[in-house]
Design a protein around this ligand. Structure first.
Ligand code: KIV
Length: 279
């Protein structure tokens, strides 16, 4: 079944959890889609997990288009959300609409995601008016890493929590079709989820959200170094990949690969004729 804005909304109403995962390439998107994930996010996290940047700030609209187009070729049923990178919408309504439009027209996204609350409502309204669904993103918004002074949990004080509740209502009023809640206390996410008609998708926001999203390299155990507490490793694919690559290296070096079954044959007569000729 095709996942759309309407089916995600129906899932919230039915109390059926929404599943979202990031993907940045054709093969991964195809696997996730075949597994039945509801939504694929082409997150600007690709800057870190695919391109090796320290944070998401250097990611460009062209980067997101390139990866979204690959994902769109691989996913047949998932609702594809493309991230609007840093400074592709904060600079004003015109930039926001033009860049959101490019993610849909050139990338094949079904919706775009942008970070922020009250301060981006004008942009949300304009993008939705241009017929592009918008997923909002509140809490630990990685594009504000320099304002937060690191990737820190948000909304713990009364004032900050209240502001997040107010922002969630404002982005809903502006026309957002869903909201990602990242890095906020579970009880706050639960309050927001109950107040909103639109679905909340949590990451580090507890079990009370309408759905969950994770970065696939984190949840498959492919990342090393510090991983946030919420990023459960559902598999150790990194170890599997390392093992496979090490086996390839040793079997190639010791001659065990390629074996008979990996090799194409030719008739002996042809070889004999070739060898009998002086070339
Ligand atoms: O870029 C991303 O992957 C995201 C998720 C962490 C929600 O925004």
């Amino acid at each position: 079944m095709k996942n759309t804005v309407a089916t995600l909304m129906m899932q919230k109403q039915a109390g059926e959890k929404i599943t979202m995962l990031t993907a940045y390439d054709y093969t991964t998107a195809k696997i996730e889609d075949e597994c039945g994930v509801n939504s694929i996010l082409v997150g600007d996290s690709l800057g870190m997990v695919m391109l090796g940047y320290e944070n998401t700030l250097p990611v460009t609209v062209d980067d997101i288009i390139h990866h979204t187009a690959a994902v769109a070729r691989g996913a047949k049923n998932a609702f594809i959300v493309a991230d609007m990178p840093f400074l592709s919408y904060q600079t004003g309504v015109y930039d926001a609409v033009v860049n959101a439009g490019r993610l849909v027209k050139e990338g094949g996204a079904h919706a775009v995601k942008l970070e922020g609350g009250a301060e981006v409502c004008e942009q949300i309204r304009a993008i939705v008016n241009a017929s592009v669904p918008v997923v909002a993103h509140l809490g630990l918004t990685p594009q504000s890493v320099n304002v937060f002074g690191g990737f820190k949990v948000q909304g713990k004080s009364y004032d900050k929590a209240k502001k997040l509740i107010e922002d969630s209502l404002k982005i809903q009023e502006a026309g957002a079709c869903a909201v990602v809640l990242e890095g906020i206390p579970a009880k706050l996410a639960e309050i927001i989820t109950k107040k909103l008609v639109i679905p909340t998708i949590g990451i580090g926001a507890g079990n009370g959200c309408d759905g969950q999203v994770l970065v696939y390299q984190d949840m498959l155990g492919m990342t090393t170094g510090h991983t946030p507490k919420f990023a459960k490793r559902f598999a150790e694919a990194g170890n599997l990949i390392r093992q496979g690559i090490s086996d390839y290296i040793s079997e190639t070096k010791n001659g065990a690969f390629p074996a008979e079954e990996h090799t194409y044959k030719i008739d002996d007569e042809v070889i004999e004729k070739l060898l009998s000729e002086e070339v």
